[in-house]
Design a protein around this ligand. Structure first.
Ligand SMILES: O=P(O)(O)OC[C@H]1O[C@H](OP(=O)(O)OP(=O)(O)O)[C@H](O)[C@@H]1O
Ligand SMILES: O=c1cc[nH]c(=O)[nH]1
Ligand SMILES: [Mg+2]
Length: 212
C-alpha cells in the first residue's frame, strides 16, 4: 500500500480549524468539503483517461477524457458522506456507491449495516472516502469487499490517520493483488485507549451530523 500524506499549507490550515473543538457543524462541513477537494487533486493523479480529439475555435487538437468504466466513489456512512460533494466536484462523471459501517465502541470492530454498490466492479477504479482511519478496521473491511466484487484499483482518501491504523490496514490487505493507495491530510501521533485518534478531531460523524 502506497501512503501519500498531503504537504500543503492550505490543507494544514483547514485541518487546524477542523480539529478545534469549538468549530461548529456548518463550519466543520465546509472545511471537510474544501479539504477533500484539495486531497482529491492528489488522489486522482492516476485516474484513467483515454485520448480524445476535439476542435478548438482555432484548430484540431488531441486531449484526454476520463475513460470507461466510470470511476466509482464510495463514501463510508456516516462520516464519509461529508466528503462526497467535494470529491465528485472533481470527478463529475463518477458513479457513487454507498457502504454504511459502524465501529462497535467497545470492541472497536466495524460492522456493515448498509450496502448499495454495483454487483460487478470488474475493471473499476474505486475511491473510498472516510475522514478517519483509526484502527484501520473499517477501511480494511471496505477495501476487501470492493476487491471481492472485482475492483482492480483502490484509492482511500482520509483527512486524518493514526500510524497504528495505517500499519494494521497494510497488514490486513497485504494479500490482495490490487494496487491500494492511501491519501491522507495528516498522520497524527497515536490512538488513545478508546481507539480515538490523538490529537485527532473527536468523532467525525458526530461533528458533521450530531451525536446519535
Ligand atoms: O479505523 P477504525 O477504527 O475502523 O475507525 C474509523 C471509523 O470510525 C468512524 O465511524 P463511526 O463508526 O464513528 O461511524 P459514523 O461515521 O456513523 O459516526 C470513522 O468515520 C470511520 O468509519
Ligand atoms: O478519532 C476517531 C476515531 C474513530 N472515529 C472517529 O470519528 N474519530
Ligand atoms: Mg462516528
Amino acid at each position: 500500500m502506497r501512503v501519500l500524506t498531503a504537504d500543503h499549507p492550505l490543507i494544514a490550515h483547514k485541518l487546524t480549524y477542523l480539529r478545534k473543538k469549538d468549530t461548529d457543524s456548518p463550519t466543520f462541513r465546509r472545511l471537510a468539503d474544501e479539504l477533500v477537494t484539495l486531497l482529491a487533486y492528489e488522489a486522482t493523479r492516476e485516474v484513467r483517461t483515454v485520448p480524445f480529439d476535439i476542435d478548438t475555435p482555432v484548430s484540431a487538437t488531441s486531449g484526454v477524457k476520463l475513460s470507461s468504466p466510470k470511476p466509482l466513489v464510495v463514501p463510508i456512512l456516516r462520516a464519509g458522506l461529508g466528503m462526497l460533494d467535494g470529491m465528485v466536484r472533481l470527478l463529475p462523471t463518477a458513479e457513487v456507491g454507498f457502504l454504511g459501517m459502524l465501529r462497535n465502541e467497545e470492541t472497536l470492530e466495524a460492522v456493515t449495516y448498509a450496502n448499495r454498490l454495483p454487483d460487478d466492479l470488474s475493471g473499476r477504479q474505486c475511491y473510498v472516502l472516510d475522514p478517519m482511519l483509526a484502527t484501520g478496521g473499517t477501511l480494511a473491511m471496505s477495501i476487501r469487499y470492493l476487491v471481492e466484487r472485482g475492483a482492480d484499483d483502490i484509492t482511500a482518501v482520509t483527512l486524518i490517520a493514526a500510524p497504528e491504523g495505517i500499519e494494521a490496514l497494510r497488514s490486513q490487505i497485504e494479500d490482495l493483488d490490487v494496487p491500494v493507495t492511501l491519501v491522507t491530510g495528516a498522520v497524527d501521533e497515536r490512538l488513545n485507549e478508546h481507539g480515538f485518534i490523538v490529537p485527532g478531531l473527536g468523532d467525525a460523524g458526530d461533528r458533521l451530523y450530531g451525536v446519535v
